[in-house]
Design a protein around this ligand. Structure first.
Ligand code: PEP
Ligand code: CO
Length: 406
């Protein structure tokens, strides 16, 4: 709730030089430094996209999730398209989050906090810097805020003005949420919160604002996360999240060591504050056993983290003709094993993180759908579950330990 009419609009000028000096993976090679500087300045003076009260509101709710009062459903596109931020698009995404959230609620016997990978999920980490197309090497596609997916040198050239397009699309999506009654003025049970990977530092650092209580918050989203490829404890991404008062999340995968996860917890949750830190496990169905020592170590170190299952990113495979896909049975199996492992390890089994779309797509394999190249395979990055597949996956979110005490 608004406690003050003071706007939280002042850009934080101190953080940028610090972050610019730290090692940062996965950043584009912008071709024009002067253009980049002018875009950064424009973003730094632009209105915040989310308010500090909104950010605090989600952090408080996640704090209650750490006490067991709520579960979390976080879902949306792998790479969002700024052209799909109209009220019609957002309305379909809201409907999807509603249906999936209801299923998670039924499986956990708890009300659900619904969060979109939405209103800012425009930058992607990639395994390779370049890829071959018809005999030439091109920079990879890094998301709509950096370049375009078509395999031509012009399309793949990073363009800083795309960050402004991303900002405006995020603003449109947030306005649409307000218009649908699911934004700033919605009751907390009705509200759809926003999240994205805080990857593109030129954008995110420009969107840090001072709030009236004196600290800094990221005004581009309620809930930023960092990914598996940028979670180095000495790197710029971890430092950025450490400086913010938002609730924050970090992906962890099968190569994560106990030392690494403890270093992340120390950096991102030094105060051991319920709701501050969420760890999103993305191991893959056949490697999920490696999660168990991490859950135990984090619990022993006293961090009240929320554990979410991302059963997507560890289960990516190729079809015989080279399309990226994911099998629904592997996704379901990872979810079930996650629930077991986190519960046995004494962690807070808090919810699901999915890549899914309300559109008529066939990108993942299962529930009667087989991915083939064509109009039903149109993701900008990773394969997403369609609604039927996402419903089936969410139905595997059944937490007997939570139901027993509900
Ligand atoms: C993603 O969430 O789209 C992603 C790239 O995830 P990860 O960092 O876990 O690979
Ligand atoms: Co993805």
């Amino acid at each position: 709730m608004a406690q003050s009419s003071l706007p939280d609009t002042q850009h934080d000028p101190l953080l940028a030089p610090v972050l610019d000096d730290l090692p940062a993976r996965q950043q584009p090679d912008w071709p024009d430094a002067a253009h980049l500087a002018s875009v950064r300045a424009e973003l730094a003076s632009a209105p915040p996209l989310v308010t500090y009260d909104g950010v605090r509101g989600l952090r408080d709710l996640l704090g209650r999730a750490a006490e067991g009062d709520f579960c979390v459903l976080q879902a949306g596109d792998c790479a969002e398209d700024p052209a799909e931020c109209t009220i019609g698009d957002i309305s379909r995404k809201v409907d999807m989050l509603g249906v999936l959230g209801d299923i998670v609620r039924a499986g956990a016997g708890r009300p659900v906090i619904r969060v979109g990978r939405m209103a800012g999920q425009f930058a992607k980490p990639r395994s390779e810097k370049r890829e071959a197309h018809g005999g030439t090497w091109l920079p990879v596609y890094r998301g709509e805020m950096v370049n375009r997916p078509e395999p031509t040198p012009e399309a793949r050239r990073p363009d800083p003005s795309r960050m402004l397009t991303g900002y405006r699309a995020a603003r449109d999506a947030l306005t649409a949420l307000d218009t649908l009654g699911r934004g700033e003025r919605a009751a907390s049970q009705e509200r759809i919160w926003t999240s994205h990977e805080a990857l593109l530092l030129d954008y995110e650092v420009s969107m840090v604002r001072r709030h009236r209580a004196g600290g800094g918050y990221l005004a581009s989203t309620h809930w930023p996360w960092i990914g598996e490829r940028t979670r180095q404890p000495g790197g710029a991404h971890v430092r950025l999240l450490a400086e913010l008062d938002n609730p924050v999340a970090c992906k962890v995968g099968p190569t994560t060591t106990v030392e690494q996860v403890l270093a992340l917890c120390a950096a991102l949750d030094p105060g051991r504050a319920p709701g501050r830190l969420t760890l999103i496990a993305r191991f893959g169905a056949d490697r999920i056993a490696a999660l168990a020592p991490l859950v135990r170590a984090v619990r022993r170190a006293g961090h009240p983290v929320l554990w979410l299952s991302d059963p997507m990113h560890g289960n990516t495979v190729r079809t015989p003709d080279g399309l990226k896909t994911r099998r629904l049975d592997a996704i379901m199996s990872e979810i079930r094993r996650f629930v077991q492992i986190v519960t046995d390890g004494g962690g807070r089994c808090a919810g699901l993180h999915l890549e899914s779309s309300p559109h008529d797509i066939a990108e993942c394999d299962g529930a009667g759908f087989t991915p083939v190249r064509g109009p039903e395979y149109r993701t900008l990055c990773d394969p997403r579950l369609n609604l039927l597949q996402a419903v089936a996956a969410s139905a595997h979110w059944y937490v007997p330990a939570l139901r027993a005490v509900a």
